[in-house]
Design a protein around this ligand. Structure first.
Ligand code: SF4
Ligand code: FES
Length: 348
């Protein structure tokens, strides 16, 4: 379960996938409401909870939420930008049962990282990563890749090694929220992607057994859709700061979707019986070409949110798929972005 504790965040990244309309999420679940949701999640069979945001560290009651999750037997990950992760805060979170920390960086180059975050944050991120390792916790370093920083994939691997990270996630930007608004400036070129993929292949061999490198591909370039969320309502769920419960973080923007909320319904009821979670479960909802495609159990027809964004129909085949009748839209998006020179990014 992804527990999005708040969308508040001190950073201003242009590739952020959080919703652009933040007012709807200002009324955040309280500590006692999160305690109930976590207990219901454990009861439902959830094993891992990602405490995420926005920046989860802005929640003063984070240690209380975490302690409750730990007490229920959940594996707890803190997904953070690292600002505010002081030695005292980390020690309180560790005492509460924190199992793993993921820290995001914007670049391997400090001035570029600060410019991309819109704030001078890089130095504190590195200090936070050192604290995590000194505390004996496993560390994932995460970097979202886009046109301005994808050329630094190799340097990001070296940074992860220097920081003693156990795992590095190099994730091509996914185009939801702010990232969708800024897509034209963010999309890398085909040539940049090819270079990054060969850097990652070589780095995996070089650091095998010491650093796990996860590379999240860009689904817009290859005609191959991503198996988004491992299938709608298949394996994971998201609870947004205001209690909205969704199969993925972006689904709340699909018009007409009746979004269930944990303030009004139990999690098991939402998972098994809500219209929202059942809408695109399995394969019965699919139309051609997915319906008769041998890959339908593998990629689940791609991403419902992307299908909606690009075609206005969430039940359409994801246009990222070369077999989609709307695939020309994706080719045009990539061609259009490749026509822009340079790598200047707007602020998020
Ligand atoms: Fe996947 Fe549908 Fe494309 Fe087949 S047609 S590859 S199931 S998105
Ligand atoms: Fe919502 Fe892919 S992001 S289904």
């Amino acid at each position: 379960m992804l527990a999005e504790l708040t969308y508040r965040c001190p950073l201003r990244c242009a590739y952020c996938s959080n919703p652009v309309e933040l007012d709807a999420y200002a009324d955040e679940l309280t500590l006692s409401q999160w305690r109930r949701v976590l207990a219901e999640a454990r009861e439902l069979g959830v094993l891992q909870v990602h405490l995420s945001g926005g920046e989860p560290l802005v929640r003063r009651d984070l240690a209380g939420i975490l302690a409750h999750a730990h007490g229920l037997g959940l594996y707890t990950s803190l997904i953070t930008g690292g600002q505010g992760l002081t030695a005292a805060r980390l020690s309180a979170l560790t005492a509460a049962g924190l199992d793993h920390v993921q820290i995001s960086v914007q670049s391997s180059d400090a001035p570029e990282a600060d410019a991309l975050a819109g704030r001078p944050v890089h130095r504190r991120k590195l200090a936070a990563a050192a604290l995590v390792k000194d505390a004996g916790l496993p560390l994932t370093l995460n970097a979202v890749l886009h046109r301005a920083n994808i050329g630094r994939a190799g340097a990001l691997v070296e940074l992860a090694v220097r920081l003693r990270a156990d795992r590095l996630e190099l994730a091509n930007a996914q185009y939801y929220g702010w990232a969708l608004l800024n897509r034209r400036a963010l999309l890398p070129t085909r040539e940049q992607l090819t270079d990054a993929e060969s850097v990652v292949r070589a780095a995996r061999e070089r650091h095998a057994g010491r650093l796990e490198i996860v590379y999240v591909v860009s689904d817009l370039h290859d005609g191959v859709p991503k198996p988004c969320m491992h299938g709608w309502g298949g394996r994971q769920l998201t609870v947004a700061p205001n209690g909205d419960a969704l199969p993925c973080s972006a689904a709340g923007r699909i018009p007409g979707l009746v979004v269930p909320n944990v303030r009004r319904a139990g999690l098991a009821d939402i998972w098994f019986r809500s219209e929202a979670f059942n809408l695109f479960r399995g394969t019965e909802w699919m139309r051609e070409p997915c319906r008769s495609c041998p890959r339908k159990e593998i990629d689940h027809g791609g991403c419902r949110c992307q299908a909606f964004q690009l075609t206005g129909d969430a039940a359409a085949t994801d246009p990222a798929c070369a077999l989609s009748p709307h695939h020309a839209l994706v080719r045009d998006i990539v061609r259009d972005a490749e026509a822009i020179p340079g790598a200047a990014l707007p602020r998020g």
